[in-house]
Design a protein around this ligand. Structure first.
Ligand SMILES: [Zn+2]
Length: 86
């Protein structure tokens, strides 16, 4: 299957991103800035850190955090028109 190499490439590429996030989180632990929002400097909710330990921002700035919590190969469902077809 030609898909295999592509699949592993995608997985590895996603893992690199996650590793990057983890390394940044560890650096922040060293810094003493872990749990501080990079956007507003406010504290990141503990519940949020529980859910996403590599979170770099508080819940108010979720868009600046870009890890992939789910797998890289999650199929994106195509939008289907709801309602009766006329
Ligand atoms: Zn914030």
């Amino acid at each position: 299957m030609a898909q295999t190499a592509d699949h592993y490439a995608a997985v590895l590429s996603a893992s690199e991103g996650v590793l990057d996030d983890v390394e940044r989180a560890l650096a922040r632990l060293d810094d003493g800035t872990y749990g501080v929002c990079e956007a507003c400097g406010g504290p990141i909710d503990h519940a949020r850190l529980d859910e996403l330990p590599v979170a770099r921002t508080c819940a108010g700035h979720p868009r600046l955090t870009d890890p992939a919590p789910t797998g890289p190969s999650e199929p994106r469902p195509a939008e289907r028109p709801a309602g009766p077809s006329a």
